[in-house]
Design a protein around this ligand. Structure first.
Ligand code: UDX
Ligand code: UDX
Length: 426
């Protein structure tokens, strides 16, 4: 099939790569000419395991092209995926201007039938609005079908998630485009959930809200565990064995970040309020997440009341491991707080190198702790699990280690002389 993917970001690149790997001819377009120039040279501008390999293969086999010619590629391809970003605006609502400008481009270039598949996460009602926008722009209704096909990709495992999803959610207005979707995803084996356009949008928002709820729930439990001297990891284990609960998304720590959960919970809250519904639970989930850093910060301050001039090393900058994405990263938010207190920051991340004033980024994990007073683990990269703690202790000036992700064994670090700080971790 001939497909155009609009927006070469995390989701768009993964979508374009996997669909071309499945044997479709994919034109991936983006308005960012620098990004496209880089991609044309075979450089993948994001770190996502396995992505470069399939992009290289697909380019070589002529199944994948990159270009900035959005309108031209829309005109050439019968299937259009919209994967542009929908970042939050000041009031919490998602910025739909990028999606809408793509719709304008489609209206301006449409001469034959298009199946327009919206993968970008949008609030309930947006796909219907897109449909109406096209009609208002005098596009003949027989020339297009809108399909809402939300993505459930996790950064770090996006390729695998796209190839082996739990489900394929399809929102449609009439049955015909379902067959098109089944053809596109012929090689992807997963149950189909078919619903209305708005139903599909709600599935996406509700999924992210539920996952975020699990995280805030365990973080609140961790605070209580802390007060009672209980290991929250034991509680997660005990909870997770109940099949009604499940073991995933019960890792306590500094809270969730990234480009999706914070934005989508804000977006859902905004959509609810628009209809005069005050979402109590979802509001609390966000409050717990927003204050989780403060809980750790308070612990740190109780160990070192004056952070001014202290050397603090932070391990992990990305919002989660196996990605270079720092959007709404708990680590960055924590660093900003430490800087406000006058601390000097040394950072180490296996992939991310920050260009930020007052932060020294190191390329070696042990070098990053030299002469440090405090070490903070902010992202659970695998590398931090195999650390030689004796060596770290020798390099450091102080003896405080704050584990923001519950990934180190407190007994090991205590044994080599560290003062261990965690929440819900003894
Ligand atoms: C996607 C979106 O689908 C979002 O709604 C979802 O919640 C998360 O995943 P993501 O892939 O993370 O967003 O976005 P990003 O990495 O910011 O990439 C968006 C791309 O679209 C950028 O490369 C940008 O240049 C491009 N773009 C934006 C266009 O090509 N056209 C536009 O009009 C605007
Ligand atoms: C999420 C959804 O999982 C995915 O389905 C959706 O399409 C996009 O948003 P992503 O943001 O890439 O994916 O990562 P995810 O693995 O969900 O982690 C989000 C955040 O939650 C990270 O900051 C992670 O550290 C945190 N997290 C996750 C926890 O704090 N505890 C957990 O137990 C799990």
């Amino acid at each position: 099939m001939n497909i155009c993917v609009i927006g070469a970001g995390y989701v768009g690149l993964t979508t374009a790569a996997v669909l071309s790997d499945c044997g479709h001819y994919v034109d991936c377009v983006d308005i960012d000419s620098k990004r496209i120039a880089v991609l044309k040279k075979g450089i993948v501008p994001i770190f996502e395991p396995g992505l470069k390999e399939i992009i290289d293969k697909s380019i070589q086999n002529n199944f994948l092209t990159f270009s900035t010619k959005v309108k031209e590629k829309i005109a050439e391809n019968p299937i259009i995926f919209i994967t542009v970003g929908t970042p939050s605006l000041e009031d919490g609502s998602p910025n739909l201007s990028y999606v809408k400008s793509v719709v304008d481009d489609i209206a301006a270039s449409i001469t034959s039938h298009k199946t327009i598949i919206v993968k970008s996460t949008v609030p309930p009602g947006t796909n219907e609005e897109i449909h109406n926008m096209l009609l208002e722009k005098n596009v003949d209704p027989s020339l297009f079908d809108i399909v809402s096909n939300p993505e459930f990709l996790r950064e770090g495992t996006a390729v695998k998630d796209m190839l082996e999803p739990d489900k394929i959610v399809i929102g449609i207005k009439r049955p015909e485009p379902l067959q098109v979707m089944q053809k596109i995803y012929k090689q992807v084996h997963a149950p189909y959930i078919v619903t209305s356009l708005t139903g599909a949008e709600m599935i996406k928002y509700a999924s992210n809200a539920f996952l975020a709820t699990k995280i805030s729930f365990i973080n609140e439990i961790a605070r209580i565990c802390d007060a009672y001297g209980v290991n929250v990891s034991d509680v997660s284990l005990g909870l997770g064995t109940d099949p009604r609960i499940g073991p995933l998304f019960l890792r306590a720590g500094l809270g969730y970040g990234g480009s999706c959960f914070p934005k989508d919970l804000q977006g859902l809250t905004y959509s609810a309020k628009k209809k005069n519904i005050h979402p109590e639970l979802i509001t609390s989930v966000q409050n717990v997440n927003d204050t989780q850093i403060d809980v750790y910060f308070k612990k740190l301050k109780s160990a070192i009341p004056d952070l001014n001039g202290k050397q603090i090393t932070v391990w992990g900058l990305s919002f989660k491991p196996d990605t270079d994405d720092i959007r709404y990263s708990a680590s960055i938010r924590l660093i900003d707080k430490l800087l406000e207190e006058g601390a000097n920051i040394h950072a180490y991340d296996p992939i991310v190198k920050l260009d930020k004033p007052n932060i020294i980024c190191h390329s070696n994990v042990y070098e990053s702790v030299k002469q440090s007073d405090v070490l903070i683990i902010a992202t659970e990269w695998k590398e931090f699990k195999g650390i030689d703690w004796l060596k770290v202790k020798e390099e450091m000036n102080g003896n405080i280690v704050l584990d923001g992700r519950n990934i180190i064994d407190p007994r090991t670090v205590k044994y080599v002389g560290f003062h261990y700080l965690g929440v819900g971790q003894l």
